[in-house]
Design a protein around this ligand. Structure first.
Ligand code: FAQ
Length: 332
Protein backbone atom coordinates (compact mmCIF):
# COMPACT_ATOMS: atom_id res chain seq x y z
CA UNK A 1 0.00 0.00 0.00
CA UNK A 2 2.76 2.45 0.91
CA UNK A 3 6.17 2.89 -0.66
CA UNK A 4 8.77 0.56 0.89
CA UNK A 5 10.69 2.16 3.78
CA UNK A 6 14.41 2.55 3.14
CA UNK A 7 16.97 1.20 5.61
CA UNK A 8 18.39 4.04 7.73
CA UNK A 9 22.15 4.61 7.56
CA UNK A 10 24.00 2.83 10.38
CA UNK A 11 20.92 0.84 11.48
CA UNK A 12 22.01 -2.40 13.13
CA UNK A 13 20.39 -5.82 13.05
CA UNK A 14 20.04 -7.51 16.46
CA UNK A 15 23.15 -9.61 15.79
CA UNK A 16 25.24 -6.50 15.14
CA UNK A 17 24.19 -4.81 18.42
CA UNK A 18 26.34 -4.78 21.55
CA UNK A 19 24.74 -6.41 24.65
CA UNK A 20 24.03 -2.90 25.98
CA UNK A 21 22.27 -1.94 22.73
CA UNK A 22 20.27 -5.16 22.78
CA UNK A 23 19.14 -4.51 26.35
CA UNK A 24 18.14 -0.98 25.36
CA UNK A 25 16.18 -2.26 22.35
CA UNK A 26 14.41 -4.78 24.61
CA UNK A 27 13.30 -1.98 26.92
CA UNK A 28 11.95 -0.01 23.96
CA UNK A 29 10.20 -3.10 22.59
CA UNK A 30 8.54 -3.70 25.98
CA UNK A 31 7.13 -0.15 25.78
CA UNK A 32 9.24 1.22 28.66
CA UNK A 33 9.96 4.94 28.67
CA UNK A 34 13.60 6.01 28.44
CA UNK A 35 14.47 8.75 30.93
CA UNK A 36 17.22 11.43 30.67
CA UNK A 37 19.98 9.98 32.85
CA UNK A 38 19.61 6.41 31.57
CA UNK A 39 21.97 4.80 29.09
CA UNK A 40 20.98 5.24 25.45
CA UNK A 41 22.77 4.68 22.14
CA UNK A 42 24.43 7.82 20.81
CA UNK A 43 22.36 7.58 17.62
CA UNK A 44 19.14 7.55 19.67
CA UNK A 45 20.23 10.69 21.53
CA UNK A 46 21.23 12.47 18.31
CA UNK A 47 18.02 11.52 16.51
CA UNK A 48 15.96 12.85 19.40
CA UNK A 49 17.91 16.11 19.50
CA UNK A 50 17.36 16.51 15.75
CA UNK A 51 13.65 15.74 15.84
CA UNK A 52 12.75 17.53 19.09
CA UNK A 53 14.95 20.51 18.14
CA UNK A 54 13.38 20.74 14.68
CA UNK A 55 9.97 20.47 16.27
CA UNK A 56 10.77 23.25 18.80
CA UNK A 57 12.08 25.51 16.03
CA UNK A 58 8.89 24.86 14.04
CA UNK A 59 6.75 26.03 16.92
CA UNK A 60 8.80 29.21 17.28
CA UNK A 61 9.09 30.05 13.56
CA UNK A 62 5.46 28.95 13.19
CA UNK A 63 4.36 32.00 15.17
CA UNK A 64 5.38 34.28 12.32
CA UNK A 65 2.78 33.51 9.62
CA UNK A 66 -0.08 33.95 12.12
CA UNK A 67 1.58 36.78 14.05
CA UNK A 68 1.30 38.62 10.74
CA UNK A 69 -2.49 38.81 11.18
CA UNK A 70 -2.89 39.67 14.88
CA UNK A 71 -3.04 43.39 14.16
CA UNK A 72 -5.48 42.86 11.29
CA UNK A 73 -7.95 40.40 12.83
CA UNK A 74 -11.52 41.35 11.83
CA UNK A 75 -12.95 41.55 15.38
CA UNK A 76 -11.67 41.97 18.92
CA UNK A 77 -12.76 38.40 19.73
CA UNK A 78 -10.86 36.97 16.75
CA UNK A 79 -7.80 38.99 17.75
CA UNK A 80 -7.89 37.67 21.33
CA UNK A 81 -8.26 34.08 20.10
CA UNK A 82 -5.42 34.38 17.57
CA UNK A 83 -3.17 36.06 20.12
CA UNK A 84 -3.79 33.20 22.59
CA UNK A 85 -3.01 30.63 19.89
CA UNK A 86 0.24 32.27 18.87
CA UNK A 87 1.27 32.50 22.54
CA UNK A 88 0.51 28.77 22.91
CA UNK A 89 2.97 28.06 20.07
CA UNK A 90 5.68 29.94 21.98
CA UNK A 91 4.90 27.76 25.01
CA UNK A 92 5.14 24.59 22.90
CA UNK A 93 8.55 25.71 21.68
CA UNK A 94 9.67 26.14 25.29
CA UNK A 95 8.46 22.71 26.46
CA UNK A 96 10.25 21.15 23.51
CA UNK A 97 13.51 23.05 24.04
CA UNK A 98 13.36 21.92 27.68
CA UNK A 99 12.84 18.30 26.57
CA UNK A 100 15.85 18.64 24.22
CA UNK A 101 17.96 20.11 27.05
CA UNK A 102 17.53 16.86 29.03
CA UNK A 103 19.62 15.25 26.26
CA UNK A 104 22.61 17.49 26.95
CA UNK A 105 22.16 20.28 24.42
CA UNK A 106 21.41 23.86 25.42
CA UNK A 107 18.66 25.99 23.97
CA UNK A 108 21.28 28.55 22.88
CA UNK A 109 23.14 25.85 20.90
CA UNK A 110 19.93 24.81 19.19
CA UNK A 111 19.04 28.41 18.39
CA UNK A 112 22.49 29.01 16.95
CA UNK A 113 22.07 25.94 14.71
CA UNK A 114 18.69 27.16 13.50
CA UNK A 115 20.08 30.57 12.63
CA UNK A 116 23.12 29.16 10.83
CA UNK A 117 20.91 26.83 8.76
CA UNK A 118 22.41 23.69 10.36
CA UNK A 119 18.97 22.71 11.72
CA UNK A 120 15.63 22.70 9.96
CA UNK A 121 12.10 23.73 10.88
CA UNK A 122 8.86 22.62 9.25
CA UNK A 123 8.59 23.42 5.54
CA UNK A 124 5.03 24.71 6.01
CA UNK A 125 6.13 27.93 7.66
CA UNK A 126 7.92 29.07 4.53
CA UNK A 127 4.63 29.84 2.81
CA UNK A 128 3.04 33.30 3.09
CA UNK A 129 -0.31 34.08 4.79
CA UNK A 130 -1.96 36.43 2.32
CA UNK A 131 -5.54 36.85 3.59
CA UNK A 132 -7.56 36.41 6.79
CA UNK A 133 -8.89 33.13 5.38
CA UNK A 134 -5.32 31.82 5.65
CA UNK A 135 -5.73 31.99 9.45
CA UNK A 136 -8.58 29.54 9.00
CA UNK A 137 -6.58 27.31 6.66
CA UNK A 138 -3.53 27.31 8.95
CA UNK A 139 -5.58 26.34 12.01
CA UNK A 140 -7.66 23.76 10.18
CA UNK A 141 -5.00 22.17 7.96
CA UNK A 142 -1.62 22.97 9.53
CA UNK A 143 -2.68 22.35 13.12
CA UNK A 144 -4.77 19.44 11.83
CA UNK A 145 -1.67 17.88 10.25
CA UNK A 146 0.37 18.70 13.37
CA UNK A 147 -2.16 16.85 15.58
CA UNK A 148 -2.22 13.85 13.27
CA UNK A 149 1.55 13.62 13.66
CA UNK A 150 1.68 14.47 17.37
CA UNK A 151 -1.08 12.32 18.87
CA UNK A 152 0.96 9.13 18.22
CA UNK A 153 4.08 10.95 19.49
CA UNK A 154 2.46 11.03 22.95
CA UNK A 155 3.54 7.35 23.01
CA UNK A 156 7.09 8.05 21.85
CA UNK A 157 9.77 6.16 23.79
CA UNK A 158 11.59 9.16 25.29
CA UNK A 159 9.83 10.22 28.52
CA UNK A 160 10.29 14.03 28.42
CA UNK A 161 9.25 14.21 24.74
CA UNK A 162 6.20 12.06 25.36
CA UNK A 163 5.10 14.19 28.32
CA UNK A 164 5.60 17.45 26.37
CA UNK A 165 3.45 15.99 23.58
CA UNK A 166 0.55 15.17 25.91
CA UNK A 167 0.26 18.78 26.95
CA UNK A 168 0.84 20.16 23.45
CA UNK A 169 -1.84 17.95 21.90
CA UNK A 170 -4.51 19.32 24.25
CA UNK A 171 -3.79 22.84 23.04
CA UNK A 172 -3.46 21.87 19.37
CA UNK A 173 -7.03 20.56 19.38
CA UNK A 174 -8.29 24.00 20.31
CA UNK A 175 -6.10 25.49 17.57
CA UNK A 176 -7.57 23.22 14.95
CA UNK A 177 -11.12 24.04 16.04
CA UNK A 178 -10.51 27.78 15.92
CA UNK A 179 -9.18 27.45 12.36
CA UNK A 180 -12.15 25.38 11.27
CA UNK A 181 -14.51 27.92 12.91
CA UNK A 182 -12.94 30.67 10.77
CA UNK A 183 -13.35 28.51 7.66
CA UNK A 184 -17.02 27.85 8.50
CA UNK A 185 -17.70 31.56 8.89
CA UNK A 186 -15.95 32.41 5.61
CA UNK A 187 -17.55 29.53 3.69
CA UNK A 188 -21.07 30.57 4.70
CA UNK A 189 -20.35 34.26 4.09
CA UNK A 190 -20.59 36.31 0.88
CA UNK A 191 -19.46 34.76 -2.42
CA UNK A 192 -16.24 36.80 -2.12
CA UNK A 193 -15.57 35.41 1.39
CA UNK A 194 -16.25 31.84 0.23
CA UNK A 195 -13.85 32.47 -2.65
CA UNK A 196 -11.16 33.57 -0.14
CA UNK A 197 -11.70 30.37 1.86
CA UNK A 198 -11.36 28.24 -1.30
CA UNK A 199 -8.24 30.14 -2.34
CA UNK A 200 -6.66 29.55 1.11
CA UNK A 201 -7.46 25.82 0.85
CA UNK A 202 -5.97 25.73 -2.66
CA UNK A 203 -2.70 27.27 -1.47
CA UNK A 204 -2.33 25.34 1.81
CA UNK A 205 -3.43 21.86 0.72
CA UNK A 206 -0.21 20.52 -0.81
CA UNK A 207 2.16 22.29 1.64
CA UNK A 208 0.11 20.66 4.45
CA UNK A 209 0.61 17.21 2.87
CA UNK A 210 4.35 17.94 2.77
CA UNK A 211 4.43 18.46 6.55
CA UNK A 212 4.48 14.67 7.05
CA UNK A 213 7.85 14.47 5.33
CA UNK A 214 8.98 12.72 2.13
CA UNK A 215 7.42 9.47 0.95
CA UNK A 216 8.49 6.36 2.86
CA UNK A 217 10.83 5.43 0.00
CA UNK A 218 12.72 8.73 0.52
CA UNK A 219 12.46 8.95 4.30
CA UNK A 220 16.00 8.21 5.44
CA UNK A 221 15.30 8.26 9.19
CA UNK A 222 11.94 6.46 9.47
CA UNK A 223 13.14 2.83 9.72
CA UNK A 224 15.54 3.51 12.61
CA UNK A 225 13.22 5.99 14.34
CA UNK A 226 10.34 3.51 14.21
CA UNK A 227 12.56 0.71 15.55
CA UNK A 228 13.47 2.99 18.49
CA UNK A 229 9.79 4.09 18.83
CA UNK A 230 10.86 7.71 18.43
CA UNK A 231 8.35 7.74 15.57
CA UNK A 232 5.27 5.56 15.82
CA UNK A 233 4.02 5.74 12.22
CA UNK A 234 5.57 6.22 8.81
CA UNK A 235 5.20 9.51 6.94
CA UNK A 236 2.86 7.98 4.32
CA UNK A 237 0.60 6.38 6.93
CA UNK A 238 0.02 9.70 8.65
CA UNK A 239 -0.45 11.57 5.35
CA UNK A 240 -3.15 9.06 4.34
CA UNK A 241 -4.93 9.44 7.69
CA UNK A 242 -4.84 13.21 7.35
CA UNK A 243 -6.40 13.11 3.87
CA UNK A 244 -9.09 10.68 5.02
CA UNK A 245 -9.97 12.91 7.96
CA UNK A 246 -9.87 16.22 6.06
CA UNK A 247 -11.83 15.45 2.88
CA UNK A 248 -15.22 15.13 4.68
CA UNK A 249 -14.44 18.33 6.59
CA UNK A 250 -13.91 20.17 3.27
CA UNK A 251 -17.16 18.69 1.94
CA UNK A 252 -19.01 19.96 5.02
CA UNK A 253 -17.65 23.44 4.28
CA UNK A 254 -18.77 23.18 0.64
CA UNK A 255 -15.15 23.65 -0.52
CA UNK A 256 -13.21 21.52 -3.02
CA UNK A 257 -9.87 19.86 -2.39
CA UNK A 258 -7.65 21.02 -5.30
CA UNK A 259 -6.96 17.50 -6.59
CA UNK A 260 -8.63 15.99 -9.69
CA UNK A 261 -7.32 12.54 -8.72
CA UNK A 262 -8.99 12.49 -5.32
CA UNK A 263 -11.19 9.41 -5.13
CA UNK A 264 -12.49 7.10 -2.42
CA UNK A 265 -10.84 3.70 -2.78
CA UNK A 266 -13.21 1.12 -1.33
CA UNK A 267 -10.58 -1.61 -1.34
CA UNK A 268 -8.06 0.25 0.81
CA UNK A 269 -10.73 2.06 2.82
CA UNK A 270 -9.14 5.45 2.16
CA UNK A 271 -8.79 8.13 -0.49
CA UNK A 272 -6.46 7.97 -3.47
CA UNK A 273 -4.88 11.38 -3.88
CA UNK A 274 -2.13 13.23 -5.78
CA UNK A 275 1.30 13.44 -4.22
CA UNK A 276 2.63 16.93 -3.51
CA UNK A 277 5.35 18.32 -5.76
CA UNK A 278 8.36 16.74 -4.04
CA UNK A 279 10.94 18.82 -5.87
CA UNK A 280 9.25 21.94 -4.44
CA UNK A 281 9.44 20.32 -0.96
CA UNK A 282 13.18 19.61 -1.25
CA UNK A 283 13.79 23.17 -2.50
CA UNK A 284 11.86 24.58 0.48
CA UNK A 285 13.81 22.53 3.04
CA UNK A 286 17.06 23.58 1.36
CA UNK A 287 16.13 27.19 2.13
CA UNK A 288 14.63 28.23 -1.22
CA UNK A 289 10.92 28.46 -0.33
CA UNK A 290 8.88 31.64 -0.79
CA UNK A 291 9.52 32.95 2.75
CA UNK A 292 12.64 31.14 4.08
CA UNK A 293 14.84 34.23 4.07
CA UNK A 294 12.14 36.46 5.56
CA UNK A 295 11.47 33.94 8.37
CA UNK A 296 15.15 33.52 9.27
CA UNK A 297 15.79 37.27 9.14
CA UNK A 298 12.88 37.82 11.54
CA UNK A 299 14.18 35.18 13.98
CA UNK A 300 17.77 36.40 13.88
CA UNK A 301 16.62 40.00 14.40
CA UNK A 302 14.48 38.98 17.40
CA UNK A 303 17.46 37.08 18.87
CA UNK A 304 19.84 40.01 18.35
CA UNK A 305 17.33 42.54 19.69
CA UNK A 306 16.96 40.43 22.84
CA UNK A 307 20.73 40.23 23.51
CA UNK A 308 20.69 43.09 26.07
CA UNK A 309 17.97 41.29 28.04
CA UNK A 310 19.79 37.95 28.09
CA UNK A 311 23.02 39.69 29.14
CA UNK A 312 21.09 41.44 31.95
CA UNK A 313 19.76 38.10 33.17
CA UNK A 314 23.21 36.49 33.12
CA UNK A 315 24.74 39.48 34.97
CA UNK A 316 21.99 39.31 37.60
CA UNK A 317 22.44 35.53 38.01
CA UNK A 318 26.21 36.00 38.40
CA UNK A 319 25.80 38.72 41.07
CA UNK A 320 23.26 36.60 42.95
CA UNK A 321 25.69 33.62 42.88
CA UNK A 322 28.52 35.86 44.23
CA UNK A 323 26.25 37.13 47.02
CA UNK A 324 25.28 33.57 47.97
CA UNK A 325 28.93 32.48 47.96
CA UNK A 326 29.94 35.49 50.13
CA UNK A 327 27.10 34.77 52.61
CA UNK A 328 28.19 31.10 52.87
CA UNK A 329 31.85 32.12 53.51
CA UNK A 330 30.78 34.67 56.18
CA UNK A 331 28.66 32.03 57.95
CA UNK A 332 31.56 29.56 58.16
N1 FAQ B 1 9.90 20.20 6.94
O1 FAQ B 1 13.74 10.86 7.04
P1 FAQ B 1 12.69 11.89 7.17
C1 FAQ B 1 3.93 22.67 14.39
C2 FAQ B 1 13.50 16.56 6.68
S1 FAQ B 1 3.96 21.14 13.69
C3 FAQ B 1 11.25 20.31 7.02
O2 FAQ B 1 11.29 11.49 6.89
P2 FAQ B 1 12.09 12.27 9.98
C4 FAQ B 1 2.66 23.15 15.10
C5 FAQ B 1 14.01 15.74 7.85
O3 FAQ B 1 14.30 16.58 8.97
C6 FAQ B 1 5.39 21.03 12.64
N2 FAQ B 1 12.09 19.26 6.96
O4 FAQ B 1 12.81 12.61 8.60
C7 FAQ B 1 2.27 24.51 14.68
C8 FAQ B 1 15.23 15.08 7.25
O5 FAQ B 1 16.28 16.04 7.14
P3 FAQ B 1 17.61 15.99 8.13
C9 FAQ B 1 6.56 20.39 13.28
C10 FAQ B 1 11.53 18.04 6.85
O6 FAQ B 1 12.64 13.19 11.00
C11 FAQ B 1 1.13 24.67 13.91
C12 FAQ B 1 14.78 14.81 5.82
O7 FAQ B 1 13.74 15.74 5.55
N3 FAQ B 1 6.30 19.05 13.70
O8 FAQ B 1 4.92 23.27 14.32
C13 FAQ B 1 10.15 17.85 6.80
O9 FAQ B 1 12.13 10.82 10.25
C14 FAQ B 1 0.71 25.95 13.50
C15 FAQ B 1 14.32 13.38 5.62
O10 FAQ B 1 13.04 13.13 6.21
C16 FAQ B 1 7.29 18.18 13.96
O11 FAQ B 1 8.45 18.50 13.86
C17 FAQ B 1 9.32 19.00 6.84
N4 FAQ B 1 7.97 18.92 6.76
O12 FAQ B 1 10.54 12.64 9.71
C18 FAQ B 1 2.99 25.63 15.05
C19 FAQ B 1 6.84 16.82 14.44
N5 FAQ B 1 9.90 16.53 6.67
O13 FAQ B 1 17.08 16.27 9.53
C20 FAQ B 1 2.57 26.91 14.65
C21 FAQ B 1 7.97 15.93 14.87
C22 FAQ B 1 11.10 15.91 6.65
O14 FAQ B 1 18.19 14.62 8.00
C23 FAQ B 1 1.42 27.07 13.88
N6 FAQ B 1 8.77 15.51 13.76
N7 FAQ B 1 12.08 16.82 6.75
O15 FAQ B 1 18.48 17.09 7.62
C24 FAQ B 1 8.51 14.40 13.02
O16 FAQ B 1 7.55 13.69 13.24
C25 FAQ B 1 9.50 14.04 11.93
O17 FAQ B 1 10.69 14.73 12.17
C26 FAQ B 1 8.99 14.34 10.49
C27 FAQ B 1 10.12 13.98 9.51
C28 FAQ B 1 7.78 13.49 10.19
C29 FAQ B 1 8.64 15.82 10.30
Amino acid sequence: MYAQMVKSEGMKSRDEMTPEEQAFQDRVDRGEKIEPKEWMPEGYRKTLIRQIGQHAHSEIVGQLPEGNWITRAPTLERKAILLAKVQDEAGHGLYLYSAAETLGVSRDELTEKLHSGAMKYSSIFNYPTLTWADMGAVGWLVDGAAIMNQVPLQRTSYGPYSRAMIRICKEESFHQRQGYAIMMKMAEGTPAQKEMAQDALNRFWYPSLMMFGPSDAESVHSAQSIAWKIKINTNDELRQKFVDQTVPQAEYLGLSIPDDNLRWNEEKGGYDFSEPNWSEFFEVIKGNGPCNRERMNARVKAWDDGAWFREGLYAHAEKAAHRRAAATTAAE
